[in-house]
Write a protein that binds this ligand. Sequence first.
Ligand SMILES: NC(=O)c1ccc[n+]([C@@H]2O[C@H](COP(=O)([O-])OP(=O)(O)OC[C@H]3O[C@@H](n4cnc5c(N)ncnc54)[C@H](OP(=O)(O)O)[C@@H]3O)[C@@H](O)[C@H]2O)c1
Length: 335
Amino acid sequence: MIPEHLILLSTRVCAGYSPFHQYLPPPFQVPTTPYLPKRAVECFRSSCQPSGRVGFLSKDLLASMRLTSIIQLAIMTLQLSLHVMLVLKELVSCASEKVPVPTAKPEFLTLILSGATAYISLKKLGALSEVEKVFVTAAAGGTGQFAVQFAKRAKCHVTGTCSSNEKAGFLKSIGCDRPINYKTEDIQEVLRKENPKGLDVVYESISGELFDLAINRMATKGQLIVIGFISGYQTATGIQPVRTGTLPAKLLQKSASILGFFLPHYLSEYKAAMKHMLEMCEKGELVCEVDLGEITPEGKFVSLESVFRAVDYLYLGKNIGKIVVELPHSVSSKL
Ligand SMILES: NC(=O)c1ccc[n+]([C@@H]2O[C@H](COP(=O)([O-])OP(=O)(O)OC[C@H]3O[C@@H](n4cnc5c(N)ncnc54)[C@H](OP(=O)(O)O)[C@@H]3O)[C@@H](O)[C@H]2O)c1
């Protein structure tokens, strides 16, 4: 049975204070007031419409609200989750630009944020070409899985990091040439031995030590694309320190570069990306792995209450593919 509502769980959802606030462009800059996850879930519950099919909020509800209320709602509900902002923008401002999906399957949700991020960032910044060495961190996660597949499509050699043998198996199944389970292998050693000329493109979402390590293993003219910094999200400052003291010298020595990517800055590319990814899905050329939490002791992530469990699961690094929480029944709107 197709659920009426599905929530795509971003790393930001209910994570408490979001350090991303300060980086958002107007009109999305907001006071950095922390909201408790419980409050966020309550607000979310009162904002769902029974008519919605796939997405956070129904189109009719959004159309009837002023932009300021929508922004406020987004802040209150999901701590300015990147995904919420994206969906709101798509639904409210670009209703005619929507890309239809063939069926309401959770797999398609993975494309909205994770797939689009990997697709557009690698297309616009990665300039992938054959036989390049690509290194993807959190490769078996929601976004990483797509970076691996798009790099393989461009005929690159892909190394991906993950934290279990099961994830390594999944990475193999989607074409990753060299999954590294960092719990059992030394990433630095593997890279030094197996990529002696260095990494041409690094797709980085973890930061901290892994960022430093990747910088040290860059090839001449290598590019490191920063899409996130998850190792810091649960810390007091929201970001783990990196070794920047020697960075100018390291970049100069290799003519290397670091490029940031934030999806809302590339919305003009969004529709074409979605269209292409959906075509790839139809042809069976793209795996969209979702993690519904079925293997957790409490079972599948169902209902708003299970968002807390899903967030813990995500930060424990247990997920393979994108975590999706299912809302199986209608929730009435109080707005
Ligand atoms: N720039 C953008 O526009 C944009 C858009 C979407 C997402 N993002 C970013 O992309 C990254 C991935 O997001 P996602 O939603 O797809 O998540 P995800 O990759 O599905 O899940 C996070 C994974 O990160 C790994 N990880 C490594 N160190 C971790 C730590 N200290 N705490 C928690 N997890 C850790 C874990 O896998 P292993 O330990 O097995 O590697 C975990 O499964 C995030 O940094 C997110 O902010 C950016």
